[in-house]
Design a protein around this ligand. Structure first.
Ligand SMILES: Cc1ncc(COP(=O)(O)O)c(C=O)c1O
Length: 439
């Protein structure tokens, strides 16, 4: 179909069955308008299980938010108590203790230098805030910088600035790029990326991107500790340590996007902790509130924050949303951290994630599967193409297992609460699903 005019679109809209439009009045984020067979009409959930509107029960290995599983009554109680006590206060007007308590609890899991927390409502906003903080930091030092170095296949969100930080096809947009971005591509195959031998190659590519023009130093390097949407790529050991060193050498801030990997998903509280580095800025979201409320946290090193304190023009951070640090989201997040600490979920993610990876890797010796890799409670099957990945995800759904498909990869991401029985059940359902893909 060629390009249609506005009146063509009007006519087509009138033609479309109104009943269909009324059935699906919600515009689904990041989804084609056409029906896809893999979707379920999610209705209720408990533990690692989710039921659709027809009452069919699934194991949900597709949610990155439900870190503590579904329906934890202590989290529900914390959020509802807070809602009854004081549902919302604009942090730009008044302080509230629940935000301060969450900031302290989160900081306790981070290196001591990352002691200042700025709250936003979503990962994309957190990334925008991190870029704003980084640009302001350099301006405060009297050397304005606006360029950012990122992975070409990183994903950092859907708002205009956040999406322009990525070269992934679906994030393309029609605006002028708000900041200049130097993309770095991964040398070799995604399967080889985790090989220690890739680390020096990657670091050389980042060094080249950082130093490409001595008169135009970047303000920040922004990376995920594991590339998720862009291919489920596990990065090599030593890479983040080397990147930290490079950033230090060139006075560039290191921003780690932990929106996906943070809060235990990779078997450490934060993905960067596998490398024992201290980033300048860390953004987390998703698992932070366990999916009970929208929130993101931008942790900032004290020395960066101090430049805002000393800023003669404003003396503060000119960034925020009316609902930043929403008390109900903060209360839910504190209760999530309680559960994670009390139930040892980070340790569980490491142990059960290994069981899941081993179970899937050892049982899957099929021509359609190119690679099985992972880190913590996050396992990626790289298939031989988008079609077989879609067939696998659909096969899993028929086995009443929900997984994520992104291009040729299928991601298995159960809640961090999954025990050995749930993991073994997932492995067995995936095996059955694979039988259907390659016969
Ligand atoms: C690594 C990463 N960064 C940022 C985002 C954007 O977060 P949000 O969807 O909450 O805006 C996502 C979301 O998937 C993500 O995975």
């Amino acid at each position: 179909m060629g390009i249609l005019s506005k009146s063509d679109h009007r006519a087509r809209a009138a033609d479309q069955s109104r009943a269909v439009a009324m059935d699906h009045p919600v515009i689904r984020p990041w989804s084609p308008i056409v029906e896809s067979p893999g979707r379920v009409m999610a209705d209720r959930a408990l533990g690692e299980r989710l039921w659709d509107a027809d009452g069919t029960e699934y194991i949900d290995a597709s949610s990155l938010n439900a870190a503590c599983g579904y329906g934890r009554l202590e989290i529900v109680a914390a959020a509802s108590d807070q809602m009854a006590r004081m549902q919302g206060v604009d942090l730009s007007m008044h302080d509230h203790d629940v935000a301060a308590r969450l900031a302290r609890r989160l900081s306790a899991h981070l290196p001591a230098e990352l002691s200042r927390i700025l709250f936003t409502n979503s990962g994309s906003e957190g990334i925008e805030a991190a870029c704003f903080v980084a640009a302001s930091y350099h301006a405060h030092l009297g050397r304005p910088r606006t360029r950012v170095v990122t992975f070409a296949r990183g994903y950092h969100g859907s708002t205009t600035l956040a999406r322009s930080l990525s070269q992934l096809g679906p994030t393309a947009h029609w605006f002028n790029d708000p900041i200049r971005v130097t993309p770095v591509t991964i040398p070799g195959t995604d399967r080889d990326a985790r090989d220690p031998a890739t680390s020096p190659l990657l670091l050389a590519a980042f060094a080249e991107a950082i130093t490409q023009d001595p008169a135009d130093a970047p303000m920040a390097v922004l990376v995920e500790p594991l590339i998720n949407v862009g291919g489920g790529v596990v990065l090599p050991p030593g890479f983040l340590r080397g990147l930290r060193k490079l950033c230090d050498e060139h006075g560039v801030l290191l921003i780690i996007d932990e929106v996906f990997t943070g809060i235990g998903r990779t078997g450490r509280m934060f993905g960067f902790q596998h490398e024992e580095i201290t980033p300048d800025i860390v953004v987390s979201s998703k698992g932070l509130s366990g999916g009970y409320a929208p929130i993101a946290a931008v942790a900032i090193q004290d020395y960066v924050y101090q430049t805002f304190v000393d800023d003669p023009f404003f003396g503060g951070v000119r960034y925020g949303h009316t609902t930043s640090g929403h008390p109900v989201a903060c209360a839910a997040s504190i209760a999530v951290l309680d559960v994670i600490e009390k139930d040892g979920l980070v340790d569980n993610a490491r142990r059960m994630g290994t069981r899941l990876l081993d179970g899937l890797a050892s049982s899957i010796d099929r021509s359609v599967v190119r690679d099985v890799r992972g880190l913590g409670m996050l396992v990626i099957l790289e298939m031989d193409g988008d079609d077989s990945a879609a067939a696998l995800a659909e096969g899993a759904r028929k086995q009443r297992l929900l997984v994520r498909q992104q291009g040729p990869i299928v991601m298995v991401v159960p809640p961090l609460t999954a025990d050995a029985d749930v993991i073994d059940d997932i492995v067995s359902r995936m095996r059955s699903a694979l039988d259907g893909v390659d016969g």
